[in-house]
Design a protein. Structure first.
Length: 264
């Protein structure tokens, strides 16, 4: 088949400027993230990750505050194996301003870095692009997985979807600045039970396991987690946990109180 007459590939899509401009507006967190997903999907990037935070992150969860559609199994493995310590994408985006093409670095990798790339490949994260983000003293990245593994660095910038990512960055940062401003004043009206449910969810407990720990029904657990998601402006349980952790709402004193209650 003549390649000039072949159907348009996902990575060749474009998105209207109006869609970018909508992202720069101050919007409800859930609405904003839905708009982000819509724009990136219009460009053909259904698998993406967006992060922005302190250059030296605090806390024990390296994935807190992420917005991503990367496979949950990969995120769990990243966290459990401590891959943040050898993550070449993270290291690059904290130090550099130029884009980072996965293919080239994957081919160069040796030792533990090679292990990092091999693990990612198992989850379909073989070829992609990461763009460093900067906002005041914060560091982050916009990473997208490419379905077309034959798109290489030399010709990537002639691809409409790829070069539009760079046009997209200012609008993305403008929208995230509103979220960061809001995050500096997190809601403190979570009930003790909502915080307890979030804590146990943060350590990987299922709804049934949480119900056994707190001596209540699964329906009650789901009710508390739903209310916590709504108050935190989150679209999923995982996102609510990340938000609560980043805001300091899930704290060690909660664990102590629950554990003491179980021993009585």
């Amino acid at each position: 088949m003549d390649k000039h007459n072949s159907p348009r590939r996902p990575a060749e899509r474009t998105a209207p400027l109006a869609a970018f401009m909508n992202l720069a507006k101050d919007a409800n967190r859930c609405d904003w993230e839905r708009q982000l997903s819509k724009v990136l999907r219009q460009l053909g990037f259904s698998s993406y990750l967006v992060s922005l935070g302190p250059a030296t992150p605090r806390g024990t969860d390296p994935l807190a505050g992420l917005i991503t559609t990367f496979p949950k199994c990969w995120l769990d493995q990243y966290r459990s194996e401590g891959l943040i310590d050898i993550d070449p994408i993270l290291r690059h985006c904290r130090r550099e301003l130029v884009p980072f093409f996965w293919d080239r670095e994957r081919r160069r990798a040796r030792g533990r870095s090679r292990h990092f790339w091999q693990q990612r490949e198992q989850y379909g994260l073989r070829s992609g692009l990461s763009i460093p983000l900067r906002y005041e003293l914060l560091r982050g990245t916009l990473s997208v997985a490419l379905d077309d593994t034959d798109i290489i660095e030399q010709d990537a910038f002639s691809n409409p979807a790829v070069y539009q990512l760079f046009m997209f960055i200012p609008y993305l940062l403008a929208g995230m600045s509103h979220r960061l401003t809001g995050a500096s004043q997190p809601r403190r009206d979570l009930t003790p039970r909502e915080v307890e449910c979030l804590h146990w969810a943060s350590v990987g407990k299922t709804t049934w396991e949480i119900s056994q720990i707190l001596a209540c029904s699964e329906r009650t657990v789901d009710f508390h987690l739903f209310n916590a998601r709504r108050k935190l402006g989150s679209v999923s349980r995982q996102q609510a946990v990340s938000t609560a952790t980043a805001c300091g709402l899930v704290i060690p004193t909660v664990v102590s109180r629950v554990c003491r209650g179980q021993k009585q």
